[in-house]
Design a protein around this ligand. Structure first.
Ligand code: ATP
Length: 440
């Protein structure tokens, strides 16, 4: 069984993920993406946008604000219901999620930290509240969004009026969400600030089951495209009573994380709950007009939702491998080339021969500058070749190019494959074509 610490330490050591504000002792529930994590996150967002937005002619992108007025969150139901049950220890004042505490530890036996008496469970508002402008008053209250869906509902009419879509159609966005989690934990799994990738797919009520099924299948296709091991993902039909306040049907896609089977993605049928509420309280007509019959009605909504941090964690866990190559133990990340933060690394065989170094630099710079898809390319001339291979394997670089004496004679270099360790000689002038073919 994979230990979460193995992933956390690899992620820190190799520049994927750092604790938030570490030099000040860290800020609980925040993590920062390092150079390789930022590349990985960028690749995932880019692939998601292509898969769910650009590949569908009826889907439109959006980028709405993080700050939204209190009215929007009252209407959406979040001010009243976006709470977790909280239990506080009367002695040490530590706070626990009542549902988690109940699972691990009977509350009657006291605080799991200090043994002190526990208080009653009470709802804890998870939205971060702040004020706009200089005056600290009720009217100036705003919230950092705890989900990105409302940005798409409040812009529904703007998209209708500017793009004139016909049903069914989707509005999608990628962006930050903030939740004042009572107990952030398990690395990137439960944090207080995270990116979501999500879309609202607007439909006619009678087609909801068919559309739910269609997007559920697309989520599986996405999991495959990304390279997360499908055997580690399981669907869970969320029973009534455990669903969010707006949902009439929800399926969670759970992943076998090292700390248990937990939600990675979700798909929910939100009915017309959100548009109806926003129309009622804003007084703005949000109905869609059928272009043929002229009938006016509120569309219903299917919402697939994807957490970026949980995707990165699932990918790291799913791609992590340990094996033996040439009699040496190694750890590597079997990322698909499309998500790998570095696509190719270029090495000079030796670091003290000027003609080999300058040839290798030339190949490296040509690959890096000639093609956008190969621009995330690394240079390494430290230590011996074996060590350089291990370093690249550990961060999931699919290919390494080594420039040697033969390169100077016949213009070929070795290309070594991360997973098999196999090497072949490729003409320098054909390297970019070779990699681009593999990347496509
Ligand atoms: P959970 O039950 O784990 O708290 P949730 O049901 O509240 O999650 P949703 O409201 O469906 O989650 O959020 C949509 C997606 O956002 C989730 O599928 C998950 O990928 C991600 N997500 C939710 N909360 C967090 C968090 N605290 N940290 C990181 N990602 C999160």
């Amino acid at each position: 069984m994979l230990d979460l610490n193995t992933i956390v330490s690899l992620a820190k050591r190799r520049g994927f993920v750092f604790p938030g504000a570490e030099i000040y002792g860290g800020l609980a529930g925040t993590w920062d993406f390092g150079p390789l994590g930022a590349e990985l996150a960028h690749n995932i967002k880019d692939l998601w946008w292509k898969h769910f937005v650009r590949a569908h002619e009826e889907n439109y992108g959006l980028a709405s604000s993080v700050l939204m007025p209190e009215a929007a969150w009252k209407v959406s139901g979040h001010v009243e219901s976006f709470t977790d049950p909280l239990i506080e220890c009367k002695k040490c004042k530590r706070r626990f999620r009542a549902d988690e505490l109940g699972k691990l530890h009977p509350p009657a036996s006291g605080c799991p930290e200090c043994g002190g008496a526990l208080g009653e469970a009470r709802p804890f508002q998870m939205m971060f509240k702040t004020n706009i402008g200089a005056v600290d008053s009720e009217e100036n209250t705003v919230y950092l969004r705890p989900e990105i869906a409302q940005g798409m509902f409040v812009n529904f009419k703007n998209v209708l009026d500017s793009m004139h879509p016909t049903l069914p159609f989707g509005i999608a966005q990628i962006g930050k969400a903030f939740r004042n989690e009572i107990a952030p934990r398990d690395f990137l799994f439960r944090v207080r600030e995270f990116d979501l990738m999500e879309f609202e797919y607007f439909i006619r009520e009678e087609e909801w089951e068919e559309q739910f099924d269609r997007w559920r299948k697309e989520i599986w296709a996405w999991i495959e495209k990304l390279g997360i091991d499908k055997n580690l993902v399981h669907e869970l039909e969320v029973p009534e009573g455990e669903r969010a306040h707006y949902s009439e049907r929800t399926i969670d896609f759970e992943f076998d994380f090292p700390f248990g089977k937990k939600e990675l993605y979700g798909i929910a049928y939100r009915g017309d709950y959100d548009l109806k509420r926003h129309m009622e309280f804003s007084g703005i007509d949000l109905r869609y007009t059928d272009p043929v019959s002229g009938e006016k009605f509120l569309p219903h909504v299917i919402e697939p939702t994807f957490g970026l941090g949980r995707t990165i964690l699932a990918l790291l866990c799913s791609a992590y491998r340990e094996d033996e190559m040439n009699g040496e133990k190694r750890a590597y990340l079997a990322f698909k080339p499309a998500v790998a933060p570095i696509k190719v690394a270029v090495f000079p065989l030796v670091s003290n021969k000027e003609n080999i170094i300058s040839k290798a630099r030339k190949i490296y710079l040509e690959l890096k500058t000639n093609n956008y898809q190969l621009s995330t390319i690394a240079w390494d001339d430290i230590g011996n070749i074996g060590k350089r291979y291990r370093r690249q394997d550990e961060i999931g670089t699919p290919w390494c190019v080594t420039v040697d004496y033969q390169t100077l004679e016949d213009g070929t270099a070795t290309v070594r494959d991360r997973d098999t360790g196999k090497q072949e000689r490729i003409k320098n002038t054909e390297l970019d074509k070779y990699f681009l073919e593999k990347l496509s």
